[in-house]
Ligand binder design. Structure first.
Ligand code: SF4
Length: 414
């Protein structure tokens, strides 16, 4: 049978899709990760914003355009949040939520809605496969933080951690198959609390893994001397720190129920730069959170400049029913668009300044694809780099020579 396994969400969803794909291939199915003609579709949906949920619904229609007789199986955060929005669609055969996703690899005879209770312990039945130059390894699921705008704790449940031995075993298998592993989770800052360990111990256990190791999104409060020391002792750590910010104003951070001030956040960034001078510091930002004033937004713009982020992902606030922020007074849509645009302008400038600071330096680049006359990939700091005379899926040294938009053009080093 030809099956499409399609991810609409975050890196955690991607890891789960990779695991479902692996099992289906072992069973002899032809599996694609692109939306194309197939007998059956498995969709791992997202509910982080209204737009993500709309796209998840729209994806069902797209599948049926390819094959109006196909069976569609839906799982993930959007179907956990509201299963009815999927099951009422033609040909949607089976809907589950965020629990028991691996059963989809075996459930072709199942029909209806079966949104089980969200697991309270880590579901350790995933095992990723490699389709890309980098592999994702999920170490934690769920979240206890309840940021006031976020639906994730409601659809993914409480924080739960994967055992260190299980993570190490998967990384040992993957180091032979891939050049880069990304450690991911919904809130890795909470890693280990439920199983009597912590994230530093996990990183220490990975010290002999012989390939690049990158971390996905982190909460700034996770950054400590102990963690940075453990990271610097890895064989090939990628010094990119995606420290989720969301607002650069203390009063907005409080309303968001984020557990840090801008001063504490800045201290953590400075600590990162003490250990990794040229680290890429990237973040997420929400513009026009309910009640955000012009002055509070200006504070955010100034904070972006102060931190000098190498990349900022900017999102307009999206109201999620059932969250605390959904009851707050919203900001007008035009103001929201205008704030996103202004934040984007500042973010482009800080990114350009960061790229400028890297010119003349030698970067270690994992080449991922050919693009015209160039080969493109990412440095350890997560700078996109283009170079001539390279090979896909190889790590090479590149001297940064010039900047083209958001990319460094380099030449192969000695
Ligand atoms: S830390 Fe906050 S934003 Fe992140 S998943 Fe948890 S509640 Fe959502």
């Amino acid at each position: 049978m030809k099956i499409v396994v399609y991810n609409l969400g975050c890196k955690v969803n991607q890891y789960e899709c990779d695991s479902i794909t692996k099992v289906l291939r072992e069973k002899g199915h032809i599996v694609s990760e692109e939306l194309e003609e197939a007998d059956c579709y498995i969709l791992n949906t997202c509910a982080v914003t209204n737009e993500a949920e709309r796209k998840s619904r729209q994806c069902v229609e797209r599948c049926l355009k390819f094959n109006s007789n196909a069976k569609v199986y839906v799982c993930g955060c959007a179907s956990e949040h509201n299963p009815a929005q999927f099951i009422e669609k033609d040909n949607v055969t089976y809907v589950i939520g965020t629990a028991n996703k691996m059963t989809l690899a075996n459930s072709f005879e199942k029909v209806g809605v079966d949104v089980a209770e969200i697991s309270k312990v880590y579901e350790d039945d995933f095992a990723s496969t490699i389709e890309r130059t980098r592999a994702y390894v999920k170490v934690q699921d769920g979240c206890n933080k309840f940021c006031s705008y976020c639906l994730i704790p409601y659809v993914r449940g409480r924080s739960r951690s994967r055992k260190i031995e299980s993570v190490v075993k998967e990384c040992q298998r993957l180091e032979k198959e891939t050049k880069e592993i990304v450690i991911t989770g919904v809130d890795v800052s909470d890693y280990g609390k439920d199983i009597g360990t912590n994230f530093v111990e996990l990183i220490k256990a990975l010290k002999d893994i012989n390939c690049r190791i990158r971390l996905s999104s982190l909460e700034a409060n996770l950054i400590t001397d102990d963690l940075l020391k453990a990271l610097s002792e890895l064989k090939a750590f990628c010094p990119q720190f995606h420290l989720s910010l969301q607002s650069g104003d203390d009063s907005v951070l409080k309303k968001m129920n984020r557990k840090y001030t801008t001063a504490q956040y800045l201290d953590k960034v400075n600590l990162v730069r003490k250990y990794f001078k040229d680290a890429g510091v990237t973040t997420d930002l929400i513009c026009a959170f309910p009640t955000e004033t012009e002055e509070e937004f200006e504070n955010t713009l100034n904070f972006l400049k102060e931190v000098k982020f190498s990349q900022v992902h900017i999102f307009p606030y999206s109201k999620r029913e059932g969250t605390v922020a959904a009851k707050m007074k919203p900001i007008n849509g035009e103001i929201s668009k205008e704030r996103c645009k202004r934040a984007q302008e500042v973010a482009l400038k800080t990114k350009h300044d960061y790229l400028q600071s890297m010119l003349g330096k030698e970067l270690e680049v994992l080449i991922e694809e050919k693009e015209g006359d160039y080969y493109a990939g990412y440095s350890r700091e997560y700078i996109r780099v283009k170079v001539k005379n390279a090979k896909e899926n190889e790590i090479i040294k590149v001297v940064a020579e010039s900047i083209d938009c958001d990319t460094i053009i380099g030449k192969v080093g000695e």
